[in-house]
Design a protein. Structure first.
Length: 335
């Protein structure tokens, strides 16, 4: 009996993705499209499929989130045959293999496979970068600003303009943060300095987004400075990649934590964190999982990098017990 073909796509399509669809459709009863991209993508997909198999086309739905796509995969897994494509906007499939640039999906894909095993794995924590912008003007006496080019004014305008990157250059669905945290210039009350320095951090869940932020920062800093007759140089350094937990290890640590504190005290659906963590480098090399332990709501129970933060010593037994129990379970003889 012929089974439906489920196509999951995202924000970008290219012809290589669709190249072998016609031959795949021979053994498929119906084509179903679930897109969590834009309407233009759906239109392109529909036009292509209608061209090769108009009698077997059905639009399964449209959503804006990967979680919906994951649920669709889980519920339809027993009904999928032929070709299955998953594309989150930076993934494509070429020559039967997924081409990934470190985004939100882990995909098990084989040509001619009769089942699809896929899990939507968003990064738990963002990738992070630090930046320095050096603004060079022309120094002068504070009483004669017309004789100089004030880098403090230039730095202020650059700082304001940088805030448009997240709001006007980054897609609303691609979460990002750009924070200027330092502006330094001069050391005298009556002197316009020659240099001003802007420093801060950028965070995003995709390497492409960080690259977009860097490119636009460079354009804005140079352009704004040039408008005042000054120059600006950007040093943008990516320090941490996004932190992505392995699905199996995440389930293992969550189950172990539930043994210790109860299922009701383990939050398996926590919010994504815009902070970064160098443990991400380890997870890029070996399967693993990063877990957070609560600090409590009492005195000092605030976020880190806050002057009122006070580590709660009562959390220590929970963390220690968890690591011990993880080791016990991992090293237990297999029966």
């Amino acid at each position: 009996m012929k089974q439906p073909l489920l196509l999951l796509s995202g924000l970008l399509c290219d012809e290589t993705v669709w190249a072998d669809i016609p031959e795949r459709l021979a053994d498929v009863a119906e084509v179903r499209i679930l897109s969590f991209g834009g309407f233009s993508t759906i239109a392109a997909m529909a036009e292509h499929v209608l061209t090769v198999a108009p009698e077997r086309f059905a639009l399964a739905g449209h959503s804006m989130g990967g979680r919906v796509a994951l649920e669709a995969v889980r519920s339809a897994r027993s009904r999928i045959t032929g070709l299955a494509l998953l594309n989150t906007g930076v993934h494509t499939v070429r020559d039967g293999e997924p081409q990934s640039r470190g985004r939100l999906l882990r995909l098990a894909y084989e040509k001619g496979m009769s089942a699809l095993a896929a899990e939507w794995l968003p990064p738990m924590m963002a990738g992070g970068a630090y930046f320095d912008i050096t603004v060079t003007g022309r120094g002068a006496h504070g009483a004669r600003p017309e004789a100089g080019i004030d880098p403090v004014i230039v730095a202020s305008h650059i700082t304001t303009a940088l805030q448009t990157i997240v709001s006007r250059n980054v897609r609303p669905l691609d979460t990002a943060v750009l924070s200027v945290t330092q502006i330094h210039a001069g050391d005298a009350y009556n002197v316009i300095p020659e240099h001003a320095f802007i420093r801060g951090t950028a965070r995003a869940f995709a390497a492409e987004t960080l690259q977009l932020i860097e490119d636009n920062m460079r354009r804005i800093a140079s352009g704004v400075a040039g408008g005042f007759g000054a120059t600006a140089e950007l040093d943008f350094r990516i320090l941490f990649p996004p932190l992505v937990n392995d699905a199996a290890e995440t389930e293992f640590i969550a189950e172990t934590a539930a043994e210790l504190v109860g299922v009701e005290n383990v939050n398996r659906n926590g919010n994504l964190v815009m902070a970064s963590e160098d443990f991400s480098y380890m997870l890029n090399r070996r399967p693993g999982a990063y877990i957070q332990i609560g600090n409590g709501d009492g005195t000092g129970g605030c976020e880190v990098h806050n002057p009122g933060y006070d580590f709660n010593d009562m959390a220590l037994p929970f963390g220690a017990s968890l690591f011990v129990r993880l080791a016990e379970r991992k090293l237990a003889p297999q029966v």
